[in-house]
Design a protein around this ligand. Structure first.
Ligand code: GCU
Length: 603
C-alpha cells in the first residue's frame, strides 16, 4: 500500500475509532428535531460558466468576487453583476429541470439569499445544507464560511459571529463539473443535476447543545439499547437525560470533558419491522437544551447465508430507485416525492428498496422508517474511480461518514453499501476495505455490502467470488442476463456458484422498454421483451439457494446523458417498471405477482 495512502487510512481509522463509532465531525444530526428557520424558496442566481465571479482574468482567485454581493456606490463604480435583479431559482431544487437552458449545464452557478435574523442573546447560530451538487463554497456577508465536496450528503457551518440581525446575504458558489478524481468520477449513468438540491436551514442552539447521538439496539440484542451522546460547547461535562415516555424509560448519563457519554440500558421495546414499523418518541435533554426524535428499534444480522431481522429470517423483496421525481423530471427532494416513490414500491409488494447510487435525501429515509421499508444506502463509489488517489479516498470516506452520521438512528436503514460495479484490483480492494473498516468503526450495528459483478466459469455457470466479499456481510451482485448479456431465455440454462456462505442480493437485473411500445417478445425496447426478461429472470433467481433479496433495476425510467437513442430513450434510461409519466409497464405486474407469491410463502 502506498505510504501516504496507508497513512491517510490509519489517521482516518484512529479518528473514527473513538468509543462506539463516534466520529469527530461537526455535523448536526436530526435537524428536524431542533429549533430551525427555513431559507428555502426563491434564491437569486448568476450563471457563471467561466467562474468570473471567483477568478480574475489571470485565473487568480479574486478578492472582490461575487460573494461580496457588491453594489455600485457612486455613478462611476464598475460592478458587472447584480444578484438583486438576477434570475431566481427554487431551493431546494436542481437547476437543470427549472430552466431548459440549464438542462445539460455543468459548471458554476452562484446562489444568493438575503435574510434577517434576530438571534437570542447567548445562543449560537448554524446554517445547514441538506445537500449541494457537487462542490459548494459558502460565504456569509462576504466572508468565507467553508467548502464542501460531495453532492448527496449534508454539511453545516457556524455563523454565530458572522450573522447580523438585519440584511445578511448568504452566497453559495455551486459547481457540478465532473472530475476524474472525484466521487463519483466522470462517467455515470444518471443525470448530473446541479445546485442546492436540498433544504437550507438556520439552526439556533444554546451555547452548549446536543450535537449528535446514537440510540439503537446493541448488535445481537433485542432488549439492550446502546449508543452515545455528544455535546458541543464549553459546558461539556453535564447530565443528559434520555427519555422514551411511551416505554417508561428515563435514563441519565453524565458527559465527560469532551462532552461525550456512552448510553446503555435495558428495555423490552416493540420492535420495528415492515409489518409493524413502530417508532418511539425519544427525547434527549440537558438543563438548557433538548432534542426529540422518532426512532425505531430492530436488530439486523446475518447467520450463514441468511439475513435475520429481529432474529427471524427475512427475504428482501426490493426495487432500485434513483432520487428523481419522475413526473417533474428533476432531483427528488420533498416528502411528497418520497411518498410517491415509496408508495409505488409498496404497490409492487416491496419491503425493501435500494437507494442508488448515492445517499438520498432525509425525507426518503424518514418516510421509509414510517412506512416500514428496509433500505440499502450507498455512496457514489461508482464504476472506475481513482483507487490510488489519497484525496479521492478521503473524499469517499467523508461522504460515507456524513451518510452514516445523518442516518444511523434510522431503523429502516439495514445496509451500508460502499460501491457499485467496481473493477477488481489490489488498489480497489484496499480502497474499499478501508471504507468498510471506516463504516464498521462508525456503526457496528448495520450490515456492509457492495454491488459487485459476477463472471462465467463456463458457458452456463455464473460465479460470485469477488475478493471483496470476505469483508462484507451481504454479497450484492448486478447481472444483466437477457439485456447486455444475451437474450432473456439465456437465464433458463444458467446456474450460480457463490463462493462464500453469505446472503446474496441480486442488486440489479432488468432491461429497457418504452411504455406503449408493443411487439413480439423478441423485439427489444417493447414491453413484451421486458416482461419476458423478468419472467425468465424470476425462474432463474428462484433456483439460487443463498438468494436473500433482489432489487431489480429500476422502479422508474430516469434521465441519463448516456442514452441518446431517438424516439426510444431520448436521454432516458428506460429500464423502469414505471414510465417517466407514471405509467405501469407489463413487467411491473410480473414482479408484483412474484412478490405476492413470496409473501404467500411467508417471505
Ligand atoms: C449498471 C449500473 C446502473 C445503470 C445500469 C444500466 O449496472 O449500476 O447505474 O443504470 O447498469 O445500464 O441500466
Amino acid at each position: 500500500m502506498k505510504p501516504n495512502f496507508a497513512l491517510a487510512l490509519s489517521v482516518l481509522l484512529v479518528l473514527a475509532a473513538t468509543a462506539f463509532g463516534q466520529q469527530q465531525t461537526d455535523l448536526l444530526t436530526n435537524v428536524r428535531g431542533r429549533s430551525v428557520v427555513s431559507l428555502n424558496g426563491n434564491w437569486q442566481i448568476i450563471i457563471d460558466p467561466y467562474e468570473t465571479g471567483y477568478y480574475d482574468y489571470r485565473y487568480q482567485p479574486r478578492e472582490d468576487g461575487y460573494f461580496k454581493n457588491a453594489k455600485p456606490k457612486n455613478p462611476g463604480d464598475l460592478i458587472e453583476y447584480d444578484f438583486d435583479s438576477a434570475q431566481q431559482l427554487n431551493v431546494p431544487g436542481d437547476w437543470n429541470s427549472q430552466d431548459d437552458r440549464l438542462l445539460f449545464y455543468e459548471g458554476t452557478i452562484w446562489y444568493k439569499k438575503s435574510f434577517d435574523y434576530q438571534k437570542k442573546a447567548g445562543t449560537r447560530l448554524f446554517v445547514y445544507f441538506g445537500g449541494a451538487n457537487y462542490v459548494a463554497d459558502v460565504y456569509l456577508n462576504g466572508q468565507k464560511l467553508g467548502h464542501h465536496e460531495g453532492g448527496f450528503t449534508p454539511f453545516n457551518f457556524e455563523i454565530t459571529n458572522t450573522a447580523k440581525n438585519k440584511d445578511n446575504f448568504l452566497v453559495v458558489k455551486v459547481d457540478n463539473k465532473r472530475r476524474r478524481d472525484a466521487v463519483p468520477t466522470l462517467n455515470t449513468d444518471w443525470w448530473n443535476y446541479g445546485g442546492l438540491t436540498r433544504s437550507v436551514t438556520l439552526i439556533e442552539e444554546p451555547e452548549t447543545f446536543i450535537q449528535d447521538y446514537v440510540i439503537q439496539l446493541k448488535k445481537g440484542s433485542l432488549d439492550e439499547i446502546a449508543g452515545w451522546v455528544k455535546l458541543n460547547g464549553t459546558a461539556a461535562n453535564q447530565a443528559v437525560t434520555i427519555e422514551i415516555p411511551e416505554a417508561k424509560v428515563k435514563n441519565s448519563v453524565r458527559t465527560d470533558a469532551n462532552g461525550y457519554a456512552a448510553i446503555s440500558f435495558k428495555s423490552r421495546l416493540q420492535l420495528w419491522s415492515p409489518a409493524d414499523p413502530k417508532l418511539y418518541q425519544v427525547a434527549l435533554s440537558t438543563g438548557s437544551n433538548s432534542v426529540s426524535d422518532r426512532i425505531g428499534f430492530r436488530s439486523i444480522e446475518t447467520k450463514g447465508n441468511d439475513i435475520l431481522l429481529n432474529g427471524k429470517s427475512i427475504f428482501l423483496r426490493g426495487i432500485s430507485i434513483h432520487e428523481e421525481s419522475p413526473l417533474r423530471g428533476g432531483r427528488a427532494f420533498s416528502e411528497d416525492d418520497a411518498r410517491m416513490l415509496l408508495g409505488w414500491a409498496k404497490e409492487l409488494g416491496c419491503n425493501f428498496v435500494r437507494l442508488a447510487h448515492y445517499p438520498h435525501n432525509e425525507n426518503m429515509i424518514r418516510l421509509a422508517d414510517e412506512m416500514g421499508v428496509m433500505v440499502w444506502a450507498e455512496i457514489p463509489v461508482y464504476w472506475t474511480i481513482l483507487w490510488d488517489n489519497t484525496e479521492t479516498f478521503e473524499n469517499a470516506s467523508k461522504q460515507l461518514g456524513e451518510m452514516i452520521t445523518r442516518d444511523r438512528n434510522r431503523a429502516s436503514v439495514i445496509l451500508w453499501s460502499v460501491a457499485n460495479e467496481t473493477p477488481v484490483s489490489d488498489a480497489r480492494n484496499k480502497f474499499l476495505k478501508g471504507l468498510i473498516d471506516h463504516a464498521r468503526s462508525l456503526d457496528p450495528t448495520r450490515l456492509l455490502t457492495a454491488a459487485n459483478e459476477r463472471h462465467y466459469a463456463d458457458a452456463t455457470t455464473q460465479v460470485v467470488d469477488d475478493p471483496l466479499g470476505q469483508y462484507l456481510d451481504v454479497l450484492g451482485c448486478n447481472e444483466y442476463v437477457g439485456w447486455y448479456d444475451g437474450l432473456p431465455e439465456k437465464a433458463d440454462g444458467l446456474s450460480w456458484k457463490v463462493s462464500l456462505n453469505k446472503p446474496l442480493i441480486i442488486s440489479e437485473f432488468g432491461g429497457d422498454a418504452l411504455f406503449g411500445l408493443h411487439g413480439p417478445k423478441s423485439q427489444r425496447w417493447t414491453e413484451e421483451y421486458q416482461k419476458d426478461l423478468y419472467e425468465h429472470q424470476i425462474a432463474m433467481l428462484r433456483k439460487i439457494p443463498s438468494l436473500r433479496g433482489v432489487s431489480p433495476w429500476i422502479l422508474t425510467d430516469f434521465r441519463s446523458p448516456r442514452r441518446p437513442l431517438p424516439h426510444i430513450q431520448d436521454f432516458y434510461n428506460r429500464k423502469g417498471l414505471i414510465s417517466s409519466a407514471g405509467e405501469r409497464k407489463q413487467a411491473f405486474y410480473v414482479l408484483q405477482s412474484f412478490y405476492r407469491e413470496l409473501m404467500k410463502e411467508g417471505k
